[in-house]
Design a protein around this ligand. Structure first.
Ligand code: TXA
Ligand code: MG
Length: 338
């Protein structure tokens, strides 16, 4: 495995070319996007795509996002390009908004887990964009972590989970957004928000002038949640517990109990002023975007310290916090150490 350092804003084209050749030959390349690092393969090569599932130990029923470098490239992988897609793409691409649309024949069932829709986005990261341009194929890329684990926002995080399972990591430092893209389904009658992210529901509605709905956790007649709707997800190794905002007493009581049974305790705090019983206190930014950009790195760090329990003070209501709130709720749903 090779780690190649590239400048985030001016990636060395010789390195990008090498990465692009690996992709075209059916290899796996981890690369930064503005959200998190992805593990990429040629989306038109079924064998290469299969390697992603093997590396991540990801179940075959969970479909991948296809990355492209332009609207015209996106239109090659979809069968229908509705007006809302054009409007949203013009406003938000390149950027952290993934659109789910009816797939074209270019995209095989291994990418979409057999669904007749495909998730597609243009990432806003110079390294990702130059890799896509050089490879000249769409790149299927889920987050570069093992299934169910925390997404990686640095190359070190990628190596922690996937060392020895990929051909190359392009290391351009920490990713700026820090949580995964917003996923919006445009393949049905009305737009459905499948995953919250830094592009908010309200700003999507303002752009398309249409109300965005939420999915049902279990679609009728299906035995499992819709793709991306797995409740337990994005989880650190430590148990994660949400504590009410401002509830210093509850925080300390839970922490004391855990310390009493010799657990190592960490906490992510916003307004709670002190936490005497907590060994590792991390004060988080009160700006939602900054909080998101540090969230996974903070949880990765508490994991590497060996925390058994991480207490997280609930984040404010407000739509700008929806992405962070969603990740914390899912991480908290994990309950036990895995
Ligand atoms: O920010 C991101 O989206 C990152 C970077 C690397 O682009 N990628 C990412 O991919 O988070 P992944 O595979 O970890 O998450 C993709 C999500 C999953 O929840 C998957 O179920 C959903 O998108 N998805 C993919 N294709 C879909 C489809 N056809 N219909 C519904 N959901 C889909
Ligand atoms: Mg993921």
């Amino acid at each position: 495995l090779k780690v190649a350092h590239v400048e985030a804003n001016r990636p060395d084209l010789a390195i990008i070319d090498e990465a692009a050749r690996l992709i075209r030959r059916g290899g796996l390349v981890a690369f930064p996007t503005e959200t998190v690092y992805g593990i990429g393969a040629n989306a038109l090569d079924a064998e290469a795509v299969a390697k992603i599932f093997a590396a991540k130990e990801r179940p075959a029923y969970n479909p991948l996002i296809v990355h492209v470098d332009s609207i015209s490239a996106a239109r090659e992988v979809v069968r229908v390009w509705p007006e809302e897609a054009e409007t949203l793409a013009r406003v938000f691409w390149p950027g952290p908004l993934t659109l789910v649309l009816a797939k074209s024949r270019a995209i095989g069932p291994e990418v979409t887990a057999g669904l007749d829709t495909v998730a597609v986005r243009v990432p806003a990261h110079p390294v990702a964009l130059s890799l896509l341009a050089a490879a000249a194929v769409p790149i299927a890329a889920p987050s570069a972590n093992r299934f169910m684990r925390l997404s990686p926002t640095t190359a070190e995080h990628v190596l922690k989970g996937l060392e020895g399972r990929i051909d190359l990591v392009l290391d351009a430092g920490p990713t700026p957004v820090g949580i995964e893209s917003t996923v919006l389904d445009l393949s049905r009658g009305r737009p459905i928000l499948l995953r919250a992210g830094s592009v908010g529901k309200g700003s999507i509605e303002a752009v398309i002038g249409e109300e965005v709905g939420y999915p049902q956790a279990f679609s009728s007649g299906s035995a499992r949640p819709a793709p991306g709707m797995l409740e337990r997800h994005y989880a650190p190794q430590a148990r994660l517990l949400l504590v009410r905002a401002d509830d210093t007493e509850a925080l300390n009581t839970i922490a004391e109990q855990a310390v009493g049974s010799s657990e190592r305790v960490g906490a992510l705090l916003l307004t709670i002023p002190t936490a005497n019983a907590v060994e590792h206190v991390v004060r988080m930014p009160d700006d939602a975007a900054e909080y998101a950009s540090r969230l996974y790195a903070t949880l990765h760090q508490l994991d590497s310290i060996g925390c058994d329990l991480v207490l997280v003070e609930a984040v404010p209501p407000g739509e700008e916090w929806a992405g962070v709130r969603d990740r914390l709720t899912r991480a908290a749903a994990s309950g036990t150490r895995t």
